[in-house]
Design a protein around this ligand. Structure first.
Ligand SMILES: [Zn+2]
Length: 158
């Protein structure tokens, strides 16, 4: 389980996004896909995660699912107070995980590079906040330009 003390600013969506973005950058530094996530409960970061497709040769550890795994088993009452913060619009798999565990709020760094299941989330009553953060856009734009094949693999395209 990964847990972090509350840092200044984590109580805001942008503060939490900065934590997720640091995960994304750490993933890129490892040669991975730069998508990070943080699970925030009651204003504190309960866990963080990052896409581990390359690092762990994993098809299922995206930023959000790695974050949920790092958070460990939680009661439904905790998920019900949680916000999933992710640097990139969540794919169908991560959208499903958010719905499965009843996480009521999702904060998204950007959806220009990839538009995931935002409509489905909204249709199921999840609050979706898109911050359209320039640093998140730049990180993904640079990555997709540098590693197009790796990016297509991650989103299930040839
Ligand atoms: Zn995903």
């Amino acid at each position: 389980m990964t847990a972090m003390a509350t840092d200044d600013g984590v109580r805001t969506d942008r503060g939490a996004l900065a934590v997720a973005l640091a995960e994304a950058r750490a993933g890129r530094a490892e040669g991975g896909i730069p998508i990070g996530a943080a699970l925030v409960v009651d204003g504190e970061v309960l866990a963080v995660g990052r896409n581990r497709r390359v690092q762990d040769a994993s098809p299922i550890l995206h930023g959000e699912t790695d974050c949920l795994a790092n958070a460990g088993r939680l009661p439904a009452s905790v998920y019900a107070r949680a916000t999933m913060v992710t640097t990139l619009s969540p794919c169908d798999m991560c959208t499903g995980a958010i719905l499965l565990y009843g996480i009521p709020r999702v904060v998204i760094g950007e959806n220009r590079t990839f538009l995931g299941g935002e409509e489905l989330l909204r249709s199921r009553g999840v609050e979706v906040v898109v911050l359209d953060d320039p640093a998140c856009v730049e990180l993904m734009r640079d990555f997709v330009a540098a590693e197009p094949a790796l990016w297509n693999e991650d989103i299930g395209e040839d």
